[in-house]
Design a protein around this ligand. Structure first.
Ligand code: HEC
Length: 133
């Protein structure tokens, strides 16, 4: 019985919100990038998510072009027409669980919109914004 309880505790610890762990790592990176870094900001994240830039294929694109302004609603990939399930973990519990997937899509999606990868601070800001919405 003791073993089972211990196992459960260990499992809970190991699998405690991987996104929190990822944010901690981003924080360390962000401090290296910018010594004045004071923490992530959902407000800056909102700007990153909602502002338009000349992105992929010379098109004016924002994160909201595909994910929409309402993170709890379905979106659509403007390049392929494919449906995208809601980005908010509050509406879609599968979101921000698999850090490999999060990293891969942040890399791709920043390139789609900003034509470069996001900095650690930008990635943290936008993730905090998504988590709050
Ligand atoms: C051209 C359309 C498009 C744009 C623009 C776009 N995304 Fe995405 N995004 C996708 C698609 C497609 C996926 C992967 C399919 C899925 O998970 O539903 C995805 C997945 C993600 C994920 C993974 C979430 C998870 O855990 O499953 C995050 C985070 C994300 N996008 C953030 C952003 C941010 C931030 C921006 C702006 C810099 C952005 N996206 C712009 C289409 C887009």
């Amino acid at each position: 019985m003791k073993k089972i309880v211990l196992c459960a505790i260990l499992t809970a610890t190991i699998f405690a919100a991987p996104i929190d762990d990822f944010l901690k790592k981003l924080k360390i990176e962000a401090k290296k990038e910018n010594p004045n870094f004071k923490g992530f900001s959902a407000k800056r994240g909102e700007k990153i998510f909602t502002s338009y830039h000349i992105g992929k294929k010379g098109k004016k694109v924002a994160c909201i072009s595909c994910h929409t302004k309402n993170l709890k609603s379905y979106g659509e990939n403007i390049f392929t027409g494919k449906e995208i399930t809601p980005l908010s973990p509050k509406a879609n519990p599968k979101r921000l669980q698999d850090i490999k997937k999060v990293k891969k899509w942040l890399r791709r999606n920043f390139k789609d919109v900003y034509k470069r990868e996001g900095t650690a601070q930008e990635k943290g800001d936008v993730l905090v914004y998504i988590l709050n919405n």
